[in-house]
Design a protein around this ligand. Structure first.
Ligand code: SF4
Length: 76
């Protein structure tokens, strides 16, 4: 049945998502700064291995770019 692989992929993705965090779409996350506001200057950002590497966020789900931005920005 051709639907099952797609459904399994969705279930896996949902299971992998951290439900204590909000979806990027809920806070209008973008991969570019908003003026001088960007993730690397936000108190919620968890940096990657290097300053240019993607990291994560304490409150927003998924991979977060250091020069990204969302409406939950909170300056350090
Ligand atoms: S709260 Fe928003 S601006 Fe701050 S690090 Fe997370 S995604 Fe970036």
């Amino acid at each position: 049945m051709i639907v099952l692989p797609a459904l399994a992929a969705v279930v896996t993705e949902v299971a992998r998502a951290d439900d204590t965090k909000v979806a990027q779409s809920a806070v209008q996350y973008q991969t570019k700064p908003n003026g001088d506001k960007q993730c690397s200057k936000c108190a919620f950002f968890i940096p990657g291995a290097t300053p240019d590497a993607n990291g994560t966020c304490k409150i927003v789900d998924g991979v977060i770019a250091p020069n990204g931005y969302c409406t939950a920005f909170n300056a350090k």
